[in-house]
Design a protein around this ligand. Structure first.
Ligand code: APR
Length: 242
């Protein structure tokens, strides 16, 4: 087995902040002025599905207008240079894919897909437009956004655990590590795999043993990638760290 070292990236809302997509916890439990429980829980959906659909329509338009930033692009470029890169993202946008990354696992679903309310495995790409009440899956049930809401299971968690278990280096970017089970992925890495957190709040957020790079993603990630491509290996460049 002589596979090249494996970089596993865990990304959160902060990696898309510089593309103009708002993070969650910056806004006091409000998400674009909506209480989270009204728009991101099964109870909210049961109470007012129209509100939920309108909310995700607006988010989807925002995602379609956004462009990948320097952090998304640097990770895609690293993969293109022959590095083994797997991305596990909590984000529902497609900015990693649009930057060119090919191995992207969406832990919390994808806003550019609809899914059946009867069978979570039935998904439909949303190439344009949104979801209306009355839009049905092939089984005749209402479609909903393919997004994991609070209180719902995370179907791809086991798969994500398996990816992390094969990491040589873990790069965590732009996540407050506040939401389970995503945050616990950090602890699934092999004991000898180092972990680094790139986040302007890294000093406050990083658990013990995680190296902190207190920078926005668009600055910190390209800087790391430059080091790795220059040397042709994954390593922890001490000079970048405080
Ligand atoms: N670069 C990097 N990180 C940034 C930047 C930036 N330019 N701007 C903000 N951040 C950081 C913040 O410091 C914060 O630590 O991004 C993080 C965003 O945290 P959250 O808003 O909590 O987002 P995230 O961790 O992705 O949330 C997890 O919660 O609401 C649910 O399902 C939703 O996937 C989401 C999950």
């Amino acid at each position: 087995m002589s596979e090249s070292p494996h970089l596993v990236v865990l990304s959160g809302a902060g990696i898309s902040a510089e593309s103009g997509i708002a993070t969650f916890r910056a806004s006091d439990g409000l998400w674009e002025n909506h209480p989270v429980e009204a728009v991101a829980t099964p109870e909210g959906w049961a109470r007012d599905p129209e509100r939920v659909l309108r909310f995700y329509d607006a988010r989807r338009d925002q995602v379609r207008r956004a462009r990948p930033n320097a952090a998304h692009k640097a990770l895609a470029a690293l993969e293109k240079r022959g590095f083994r890169v797997s991305i596990i993202t909590q984000n529902i946008d497609d900015l990693h894919e649009r930057a060119g990354s090919r191995r992207v696992l969406h832990l919390h679903g994808e806003i550019l897909q609809a899914r059946s309310t009867a069978d979570p495995g039935m998904r439909y790409p949303l190439r344009r437009g949104g979801i209306r009440l009355g839009d049905l899956c092939d089984l005749g049930s209402q479609l909903r956004p393919d997004v994991v809401w609070f209180g719902e299971p995370v179907p791809r968690y086991v798969e994500a655990q398996e990816v992390v278990a094969e990491a040589d280096l873990l790069l965590v970017v732009g996540t407050s590590l506040a939401v389970m089970p995503a945050a616990s992925l950090l602890h699934q890495a092999p004991l000898d795999a180092e972990a680094i957190l790139v986040d302007p709040q890294a000093h406050q957020l990083a658990p013990p043993g995680v190296v902190r790079l207190n920078q926005p993603a668009g600055q910190g990630v390209p800087a790391l990638v430059r080091h790795w491509t220059r040397e042709g290996r994954l390593w922890m460049p001490e000079t970048l760290l405080e």
